[in-house]
Design a protein around this ligand. Structure first.
Ligand code: E4P
Length: 287
């Protein structure tokens, strides 16, 4: 197989195993990039190796394993590999900046993943001003998306990925894809320094609808990309009908992208919970 001619959305794999990356490339005939996160890489056997025997993994062991994984993935995908900093509710921007600068030296095509919090946005602003690329994660509201745009104004097109999380909204009976549609619309006539990257994709329908909306990027687990391949890699046009069932749709909100980012409301329960979960998955390996 090869990239379908009418496919404009970039396809990323959401995972933490280079073997899976190779398998998906062999299956699709191409793969544009990869996203990783602490929960995904924690499943890689490399992360468990240090805990064999009586000693626990150290923080250095975990970062060494993470580096080994993304270093192997990096040359396989042309566009980007997202690497997530460690962040819990108390992590300051300075620490994310320091870690981001270090992670960026690992590979030539890194996007540094940061949470959309006040500290994460301060870090994003500082890192993009220094020419680094970022992926702003755990995005659940248009306010958060607008704040990312406003905080990274100096970035070039493609340098800032914004990850709206579909599945986690669906999990609480909200229509995650209607939110993605709103985000895509909000950035349609912008300067495009922010690229919507649909994340937390849980079904082939999520994936297909992302293509039909013309999202810049969609990241999907290997299972969904295999389903897409089995279906012959169809690329739906804008007439694709997505059935959200009983999920409650989000209304579109007009936002002024020229405002100061600090004026936007950054709070969302799922962002807080997501940060907690990523930090817990990482810290559990240290026990
Ligand atoms: C990718 O960047 C995200 O971290 C990932 O898609 C989250 O997916 P989940 O909500 O299924 O954990």
């Amino acid at each position: 197989m090869k990239r379908p001619d009418n496919l404009t959305t970039k396809i990323f794999l959401d995972g933490g195993d280079p073997n899976e990356t190779r398998e998906i490339i062999a299956l699709l005939g191409f793969l544009d990039g990869q996203t990783t996160n602490p929960s995904l890489v924690a499943k890689n056997p490399l992360f468990q190796e240090c805990s064999n025997g009586d000693t626990a993994c150290t923080d250095d062991d975990l970062w060494r394993a993470y580096k080994e994984i993304v270093t192997e993935i990096s040359p396989l995908v042309p566009e980007s590999v997202s690497i997530e900093v460690y962040a819990d509710k108390d992590t300051k921007a300075e620490s994310m900046i320091e870690k981001g600068l270090e992670l960026n030296t690992w590979i030539p095509n890194a996007h540094i993943k940061l949470p959309i919090t006040t500290e994460g946005l301060k870090a994003a602003s500082a890192l993009t001003e220094q020419g680094l690329k970022v992926n702003m994660t755990l995005c659940f509201t248009q306010d958060q998306a607008a704040a990312v745009y406003a905080a990274t104004k100096t970035a070039n097109p493609g340098d800032v990925y914004l990850s709206p999380f579909v599945g986690r909204l669906d999990d609480r009976n909200e229509d995650g894809m209607s939110y993605v549609k709103n985000v895509v619309k909000m950035f349609k006539d912008s300067d495009h320094h922010v690229s919507p990257l649909v994340a937390s994709v849980r079904s082939l329908e999520h994936f297909m609808y992302s293509l039909s909306l013309g999202a810049d990027i969609v990241t999907a687990p290997g299972s969904i990309l295999r389903e897409w391949a089995e279906a012959g890699m169809p690329v739906p046009d804008s007439s694709y009908e997505y059935d959200a069932g009983e999920l409650v749709a989000f209304d579109y909100q007009e936002k002024n992208l020229e405002e100061d980012w600090q004026n936007f409301d950054l709070s969302h329960e799922l962002t807080d919970k997501g940060i907690e979960r990523f930090a817990a998955d990482w810290n559990n390996l240290l026990k």
